[in-house]
Ligand binder design. Structure first.
Ligand code: UDP
Ligand code: MN
Length: 296
């Protein structure tokens, strides 16, 4: 798919409106039913926000795990692009979890950028690597992240930043709308549908399909989220059931019961396979060869 990537190709730009209203069936949504903003380019004033945060400085944490093949393949580009585009001009602490310290990429970080690497053991199954992030994050948020930052984002590593991803995304409890499901009815969402799982969501319920690749907020709100998802994951393990999309299923259950205060539109986590000419993309999915990165 690399020829679909706009970095490799010049063509006429498609605006998010063209993408979002292809059939005129859906109304452009900039607010949820519970009045949380849905963040799109043009719905905020960056100049005003930057001035506010200049007078009220904040520290933002960014957690990312890169274990096994994900460390070799994705971490350098993720971090280098974050250094350029994630919260430019603000103090950022990167909490980077790796399974091999010697493979940490060397990057010349900008000023007010701090790296806190940590070695964690890699689970054998990729599903467990993904799910057990909730346990590590619970411990780290509790032990020190909560005292070090005002806001924290937790992200997958198989992505890279393309444009400023700034203070407009800060909020108490921030969720990412999964790009592929933005225009789908909730009956099409790939929620966990077996009542035996703690991640179960009844057909017809649900507001968005949230993407586990990005969530954030204040440390206390994110701590409650990861602790609760981890408890659901462990309860499921005890009952010999694994939710269909692992930690993401539990995250969706959590956000059903605890509404996010801010939703990031797919501009904040775009898959260029949907539209190569999407405009205003801040963060994009990496091209991924599943057979190559997954051991089992
Ligand atoms: N991950 C990792 N090593 C692995 C599997 C997963 O570091 O072997 C981490 C990595 O941060 C990755 C995240 O867990 O981005 C979630 O897994 P993945 O991206 O494969 O899930 P998907 O986005 O395909 O649902
Ligand atoms: Mn991913």
């Amino acid at each position: 798919y690399s020829n679909l990537d706009p970095q490799n190709q010049k063509s006429e730009k498609l605006s998010w409106l063209d993408w979002f209203l292809p059939s005129n069936k859906v109304e452009l949504r900039t607010k949820t039913p519970w009045n949380a903003p849905i963040l799109w380019e043009g719905t905020f004033n960056r100049t005003y926000l930057e001035e506010y945060y200049r007078n009220n400085p904040v520290t933002i944490g960014l957690t990312v795990f890169a274990l096994g093949k994900y460390l070799d393949k994705y971490l350098e580009k993720f971090l280098a692009s974050a250094d350029k585009h994630f919260m430019p001009g603000h103090k950022v602490i990167y909490y980077v979890m790796v399974d091999d310290h010697s493979k940490l990429p060397y990057i010349e970080y900008g000023t007010s950028r701090f790296l806190k690497p940590r070695v964690v053991a890699k689970e054998a199954r990729w599903q467990d690597v993904s799910m057990m992030r909730m346990k590590t994050l619970t411990d780290m948020l509790q032990d020190f992240i909560k005292d070090e930052v005002d806001y924290v984002f937790c992200m997958d590593v198989d992505m890279d930043f393309r444009a400023p991803y700034g203070v407009e995304t800060l909020g108490e409890l921030v969720a990412q709308a999964q790009a592929w499901f933005m225009n789908s009815p909730n009956t099409a969402f790939t929620y966990e549908r077996r009542p035996e799982s703690k991640a179960y969501i009844e057909m017809g319920q649900g507001d968005f399909y949230y993407h586990a690749a990005v969530f954030g907020g204040t440390p206390s709100r994110v701590l409650d989220l990861v602790r609760s998802c981890y408890a659901g994951i462990m309860e499921d393990k005890k009952n010999n059931i694994e939710a269909v999309w692992h930690d993401e299923s539990h995250l969706n259950k959590y956000f059903l019961e605890h509404k996010p205060t801010l939703i990031l539109s797919p501009e904040y986590c775009w898959d260029y396979k949907i539209h190569a000419e999407m405009e205003h993309v801040k963060l994009a999915w990496a091209m991924k060869d599943y057979a190559e990165v997954r051991d089992n």
